[in-house]
Design a protein around this ligand. Sequence first.
Ligand code: F6R
Length: 243
Amino acid sequence: MHICKVKNYQELSRKAANIIAAQVILKPDSVLGLATGSSPVGTYEQLVQMYENGDLDFSQVTTVNLDEYKGLAGTDPQSYRYFMNSNLFHKINIPHDRTFVPDGTEADSSAACAEYDRKLQETGPADIQILGLGHDGHIGFNEPADHFEVSTHCVDLTEQTIQANKRFFEKEEDVPRQAYTMGIGTIMNSRKILVVVSGKDKASILKSVIEGPVTPHVPGSILQFHQDCTIIADEDALSEINL
Ligand code: F6R
């Protein structure tokens, strides 16, 4: 694991965007694995700015997102499809039909997951996968469990994740209890992985991810086994680690 310590969220976002930009410049038809949540928002803002400045062209890029809430349509402002459209896809020149997010409206979990795996098979592994880190160590929505799930599956969100995500919803009851998520096997198949972590509230889990034993009870710890994983984290998130 390569750890890159930065001062704050703004520096984190600029560094992460520069790495993704380099990927797209060097390989214009890259497959970008994308995440939602607060952590990558600044990175997406930077990428949009680079696009607006004429420094980046997404016309040949394909994207695959990590996850989607089960039951939410892409038109729902709380859905991850909506998040991606409004934070990135609608602001750059990526063809909409090359942006993939699991289909939250498919009520049959096995069908939804099989269909997403078929798409991931078609796109091939992500050239670079961006990840945020959940307070319970989840990556994508791979929650702590007794084993690592390899491919796309339906998960029951943990109470901690529901609590963390309720800030995006009007009422706690509105937070979906299930999600479709890319599996750990698919994430680990990415050629490069870029994890963005910010804030004191992530310090303890980040320490476990970097220094703790590799265990499905801390799903992000599996990243210790990835050959090309960079963690960009701010001083607050790294405050429990001596570098
Ligand atoms: C989002 C995702 C999640 C988040 C994680 C951190 O697509 O897969 O794993 O990355 O919950 O969320 P934030 O960045 O909001 O702290």
